[in-house]
Design a protein around this ligand. Structure first.
Ligand code: WQD
Length: 367
């Protein structure tokens, strides 16, 4: 029963885009959104938030990405993106954003390295980066009274689940990789912080985000050898890689390869906008909610490759290799809770994911 008024202003000089909310007696509000690795997801979310009327500020040290993704967003939205090129594990640097932007409405926090295999080789870098940046942002959120905190979590928190599809209530098993461990710890840190402070927190457990924005103006930019399946497929198909490896086909699944819930990045992005709008509407402080962001469909690695070949018309050059340390055998989501509470629905199917990923790879090759 809030009086909810809002107005949008676009500062034509510097491109700042304000959403002014008047909810009961609260004043002007904005949104702050730090940006980190795995740019494809992050820039899609930035785009979706802007399209839904938020002013979005980005913090991205571009350590594993390029400013070209910001330019892609500007191309699609026509709005200039304010980006702070800082490392969020540097609390002093991160604090500057809060000092310069009073009344930040919410934070959507993606600061995480996210390659399961890499986390097995470099665990300390993963703990330092994923946990260090989270603690800094939570501490600054409390200091500057940011009330809404959305944490990019992951289905890897379930470990190898006892039963699939997993719901938000499925018990978490031991993380199968240091990456998954940073997400389990991250969730606990967010939950405990929200319980102790007037903060409304949401944990979004992504399954496997893939694909590119239909405009093909933004997409995945993996640095170095791609760790994730879909960029490995598209880079092999375009000839950047001579061949790719399927990490094991001797698992207890229908074709021996691992099962995942691949979801289009735009569906993930829109879920963030809905989650923030939901959090602002509910204003449930000292509270933390969890949502699964998956399609509810489990696809094997070999089925994903077959879907790509069908959509692209390209015969993929791959071989069956050994299992990859840290891999979960099979996981896919029960997404009923997000559908019901957030009013979220997946718009894109596996063919859309493969088609946009392939168009994006071809656009990179033509640059
Ligand atoms: C998928 C499957 C590989 C590359 C991802 C994100 C993580 C989280 C969960 C968001 C596995 C196989 C891969 C290759 C292969 N999402 N594969 N050959 O490990 O499920 O984790 O989703 O937070 O951040 O990284 O995704 O794409 O690495 O692997 O056979 O060259 O594809 O073994 O079975 P994963 P992935």
């Amino acid at each position: 029963n809030y009086k909810f008024e809002h107005s949008f202003e676009l500062n034509l000089e510097n491109g700042d885009f304000f959403v002014t909310y008047q909810i009961s007696n609260t004043k002007e509000r904005k949104i702050f959104r730090p940006d980190y690795l795995n740019k494809k997801n992050d820039f899609q979310k930035l785009f979706d938030l802007i399209e839904n009327g938020f002013e979005v500020i980005s913090a991205d040290n571009l350590s594993r990405s390029s400013a070209s993704s910001l330019i892609g967003i500007e191309k699609i939205t026509g709005k200039k993106i304010k980006n702070y090129e800082i490392d969020l594990t540097d609390k002093k640097a991160a604090a500057q954003i809060f000092i310069q932007h009073k009344n930040i409405t919410g934070i959507i926090h993606f600061a995480a390295y996210k390659a399961v295999g890499e986390s097995v080789e470099k665990p300390l870098e993963y703990y330092q980066n994923n946990i260090g940046s989270l603690i800094n942002l939570l501490a600054l959120s409390i200091q500057y009274q940011v009330k809404h905190f959305i944490f990019s979590s992951s289905c890897t928190v379930y470990g190898n689940p006892d039963s699939i599809p997993v719901t938000e209530k499925t018990p978490l098993q031991k993380a199968a990789s240091p990456y998954g461990a940073t997400k389990q710890m991250g969730e606990t840190i967010v939950q405990d912080t929200a319980a102790a402070h007037p903060m409304a927190a949401i944990l979004l457990r992504y399954f496997n985000p893939v694909g590119a924005h239909p405009s093909i103006a933004i997409g995945e930019l993996p640095i170095g050898h791609p760790q994730n399946l879909v960029p490995a497929i598209t880079q092999t198909a375009i000839g950047k890689l001579p061949k790719m490896q399927v990490h094991g086909n001797d698992y207890d699944t229908r074709d021996g390869s691992c099962i995942r819930d691949y979801i289009h990045v735009c569906d993930i992005a829109h879920a963030h906008t809905l989650a923030l709008q939901y959090s602002i509407k509910e204003n449930a402080f000292n509270h933390c909610e969890v949502f699964n962001l998956g399609t509810g469909k489990g696809i094997t690695v070999l089925e994903a490759i077959a879907a790509f070949e069908k959509v692209s018309g390209v015969r993929l050059n791959y071989e069956i290799g050994p299992r990859r340390a840290g891999d979960i055998v099979a996981i896919y989501a029960n997404n009923d809770y997000a559908v019901k509470k957030l009013g979220w629905n997946c718009k894109y199917d596996l063919n859309d994911m493969m088609r946009t990923a392939w168009l994006w790879e071809k656009s990179l090759a033509s640059e």
